[in-house]
Design a protein around this ligand. Structure first.
Ligand SMILES: O=P(O)(O)OC[C@H]1O[C@H](O[C@H]2O[C@H](CO)[C@@H](O)[C@H](O)[C@H]2O)[C@H](O)[C@@H](O)[C@@H]1O
Length: 254
């Protein structure tokens, strides 16, 4: 896999959050926002004409809380929620999640290492602190939605998540790319998890750049090794964009 190219002023930049902008932590609330990340994203947003969006499995409220005072265009809950560049919010109505929540809570009640995250239209069952329970978590979450096509089970990093079917990060990125200021730009998407693959599948056929963060198989042609490497790449991109176009080499027509 290749190192990503430098960001050009005509890029539309889409960024996953956990594992890409922010290092993974033992629990969803234990993440630490790197100092200077918020200012860096704000600068890139200005330099790219507003075409920077966070595309996350988290709720948009959670992203806003961590990136305050910045409120970037964003897709949350893998595309269940989307806030466009003008700040208009679209959100799917939540399905009936009572049975899913009950099943997840019951299992977590019996195993202290498990953690249930209730979102607007999804339930995540985290097992990072009890990795031996992967199979029982999968079985519980699969069983509770069996025969209900309105739901889909996602498997992310140490998490099983029941969410509405028919939404994913690729669909959310495609929607952004139909609107100003993203439309007509070259899409660039960086993400670390299996749930980011739908986004890679949208940007690459459009001549864009897909960047897998960390190890593991991926559709993405480009790779960065860690959130730290993403930060350094974005920093360099910000400085190059701020410096303006490269001067033409001597003897080359302007
Ligand atoms: O699409 P993302 O922005 O990468 O969000 C994916 C999920 O991220 C969070 O869970 C993950 O990060 C936690 C903090 O590092 C970690 O403890 C957990 O094991 C990871 O799965 C978030 O809590 C989920 O809601 C997101 O879907």
């Amino acid at each position: 896999m290749l190192t990503p190219p430098r960001l050009t002023p005509d890029a539309a930049l889409f960024l996953d959050f956990d594992g890409t902008l922010v290092a993974l932590a033992e629990t969803p609330e234990a993440i630490e926002i790197p100092p200077a990340l918020v200012a860096l994203l704000g600068d890139l947003h200005d330099l790219l004409g507003g075409a920077v969006a966070v595309v996350s499995g988290r709720q948009i409220d959670s992203i806003d809380r961590y990136l305050a005072p910045l409120r970037l265009p964003a897709a949350g809950e893998h595309g269940v929620q989307r806030r466009d560049a003008e700040g208009h919010m679209q959100e799917q109505r939540p399905p009936d999640l009572v049975a899913v929540l009950d099943a997840a809570n019951e299992l977590a009640g019996a195993h202290p290492g498990l953690l249930v995250e209730r979102k607007h239209a999804a339930i995540a069952l985290h097992y990072r602190l009890a990795p031996d329970l992967e199979a029982v978590c999968r079985e519980t979450m699969s069983r509770v939605i069996a025969g209900q096509p309105q739901f889909e089970l996602l498997h992310g990093k140490f998490v099983f998540e029941v969410k509405p079917a028919g939404v994913n990060k690729g669909i959310a990125i495609d929607a952004f790319l139909r609107e100003a200021p993203f439309a007509g730009r070259m899409p660039v998407f960086a993400g670390d998890d299996t749930t980011d693959e739908t986004g890679f599948a949208v940007v690459q056929p459009r001549g864009g750049v897909a960047i897998k963060v960390g190890s593991g198989p991926s559709l993405a042609v480009h790779r960065l090794e860690s959130p730290r490497a993403v930060f350094e790449w974005l920093l360099q991109a910000r400085d190059l964009l701020a410096a303006g176009p490269r001067p033409a080499a001597e003897g080359t027509p302007a």
